[in-house]
Structures are given as C-alpha cells and as structure tokens.
Ligand binder design. Structure first.
Ligand code: MRU
Length: 341
C-alpha cells in the first residue's frame, strides 16, 4: 500500500486518514499553508510520514516563490521550514527532513531548476524511508516466532510512513515469511489510530488481528495471551528513552511486570542524538476538544475540563531491543545508539 501519498503535476496528494477506514478521499496540497493544515488537522500523521510530507511542503514553498517570480534564497527556506516546523513538536523525523531539505537547498542554491532539485530530494527521502522500513522489518521478523501473539499500539504501519511500516512492517515481514501470527491492536483513544488504521491495514494484508481497548494490556499479559509487544516511535533519545503515542508507557510497564519482550521499531531518522534522555523531549498537547468529542458527538459534560497529551515517554529500561534498518540494537543502548550515526 503506497498510494497514501503521491506527487502529481506539481501537487501533493494525501490520503485523508481522518476518513479511514470508511472513505478513501485525498486532500490536494499546492501551498505550504495546505501542508501545515494537513499536518495540524491530522489528515496525515505518523512520525516518518510527517517528515516526508514536510519535505514535499518545502518543495511547494519553493514553487510558490518561483511563481511569484522571486529568486529563492536561504532566508526563504528558513521561513518555510520555520512554518512547517511549528506544526507538531514531538516527531523528530519532521525536523530531520526539514534539515535535510535545507542542506539540499544549500547544495543547489542558484540553480535555475531549483524546484526540480528540491523535488528530487523530497522523493529521495520518501523512497529511502520505504527501503529502510523493508530492511528494518527483515531484521525485526527474525525476532518473531511462528505462533506469536503480538500487541501493537497506535498505528506504525504503511500509513504512518512512506510505505510498508515500522512496527507493522515487522509483523508484515514475519507474516510474508510464512509465520502464523496473531495481533492485538489497541484502539488508541482519542484519534483511534488502532481501530481505524491498524486494524484496517492488517486485515487488508490478511493478518489475524483483534481490537482491544488499551486498558486491556495488563489483563491480556497476566493471562499469557500476548508474548511480544512491538510499537513505533516518534523520537528516541541517546539513552533509548522513547516518545510514542500516549499509552505506550503503560503498556511497557505492564509488559515488564509479566516479562513480555517490548520492541521498538524505528528508522535511524527517529533517533535524536542531540538529547541525552527523554526529559528533553517536547510532548505535544492537543486540544481538549479531541478528548471530549468523537467527531461532533460530545462524550462528556459540555464544560468539563479535559487534557490530552498526544505522546508519553517510555524509559529505556523497559525496552528489550530497538529494531532499525541498521540492525537490532542491544543494551547498553547509549553505546550502540551512538554507533548508528
Ligand atoms: O499522533 P500520531 O498518530 O502522529 O502518532 C503516531 C505514533 O505515535 C506512531 O506510533 C509513531 O509515529 C510511529 S509511526 C511509524
């Protein structure tokens, strides 16, 4: 499944993830403003995909300047990346991709085909992400046994990346190699990435999946119904502390209690070598409206107070291994994460 993001005739088309699995509609982006809106309103989500979308956003920004008959300068790129960087703060892939686009601009500055050059870089980021997912999935599949039952949280599938997926990529690769696997997908309140996206993706692949509320983790582990957990990540500090969808930490705690291995699958672009540990990770706080309403339906007292942190930090001691395109990362994580770079 690779048709959830594509470039055609100077426009970026994004499959609207807010409508899945009920409708397949696309949002067309032709400006930086369209792209920032698509990121902010969750048309697209998932750390690696946010990076790719932001990269194409920079291309649209360059095209806008060219249309206005302006010579594109470094200050324009700084302005465009600043706007795109103000969307979602936790996923480091977004900032990683913006930096890569800025570096590309510095290489190509002054070239008359600058928009084409920048598009080439965005496409490279996109294609490399798919390749990295396939590679890390092959490594990760080695950790999966025939007959395993795996819990995953949120959506770390093709939809959250350029294609193929990270946590779901590992599951997919194990399934493709003939292993019989069962997956428990958590609902993932309040956007319901699990119910709407993960269940849909896995069913499309013919993988045995069952939906559970995330508050079932402790019970399922205590009954021996799950023997592995695999999740994706939005940002991983040098010591291995991991930001991922809120609720991941609770699942990791319960997994640790019942000695269920807890794996984090992510490309190297998700590791942030500039921060020593998870206390430095900026946690996005989204509107309380997203907790109080399901679409337009109010779920609580109208003037109730509510709070929604979109991510939490799982301390690295709860992570068994990281799965990357460069291989499986063992403990001590700090030593081996440094070697990734
Ligand atoms: O708020 P979202 O849907 O962007 O959060 C996504 C997650 O937390 C994913 O688990 C993470 O980005 C890994 S995606 C390969």
């Amino acid at each position: 499944m690779t048709d959830h993001i594509y470039w055609k005739n100077g426009s970026l088309y994004l499959l609207d993830q807010r409508e899945l699995p009920f409708k397949k509609t696309y949002v067309r982006c032709t400006t930086v403003r369209d792209v920032t809106a698509a990121i902010n309103n969750m048309t697209v989500r998932g750390a690696p995909l946010l990076g790719i979308v932001a990269a194409y956003g920079v291309v649209l920004g360059v095209m806008e300047k060219k249309k206005a008959k302006r010579t594109v300068r470094g200050s324009d790129i700084a302005g465009i990346t600043r706007v795109l960087g103000r969307t979602r703060p936790t996923a480091v892939n977004l900032f990683w991709a913006l930096k890569r686009m800025t570096d590309a601009f510095e290489r190509y500055e002054g070239d008359k085909d600058i928009a084409e050059d920048m598009l080439g870089e965005a496409i490279a980021i996109h294609v490399e992400d798919i390749e990295n997912n396939r590679m890390l999935s092959l490594y990760g599949a080695e950790l999966i046994g025939d007959g395993d039952t795996i819990m995953t949280h949120c959506n770390a599938g093709a939809l959250a990346t350029g294609g193929y997926g990270t946590a779901l990529g590992v599951i997919r690769a194990a399934h493709e190699s003939g292993k019989r696997i069962k997956v428990f997908s958590t609902e993932t309140r309040p956007y319901m990435q699990g119910s709407r996206l993960t269940v849909w993706e896995l069913m499309e692949e013919g993988i045995n999946v069952e939906l559970v509320p995330e508050n079932h983790a402790g019970l399922l582990f205590s009954r021996g119904f799950v023997n592995k957990v695999i999740v994706g990540a939005d940002r991983i500090a040098l010591n291995g502390d991991t930001a991922n969808k809120v609720g991941t930490f609770m699942i990791a705690l319960a997994a640790s209690e019942y000695k269920v291995p807890f794996f984090v699958a992510a490309p190297v672009s998700t590791f942030d070598r500039s921060i020593g540990d998870g206390t430095f990770i900026d946690i996005e706080e989204r509107s309380a409206r997203e907790v109080k309403y399901l679409d337009d339906r109010l779920l609580t007292v109208r003037n109730a107070k509510a709070r929604y942190y979109a991510f939490d930090i799982t301390p690295s001691r709860y992570v068994t291994n990281f799965i990357t395109e460069k291989g499986i990362i063992e403990k001590p994580f700090k030593k081996y994460i440094k070697m990734l770079f």
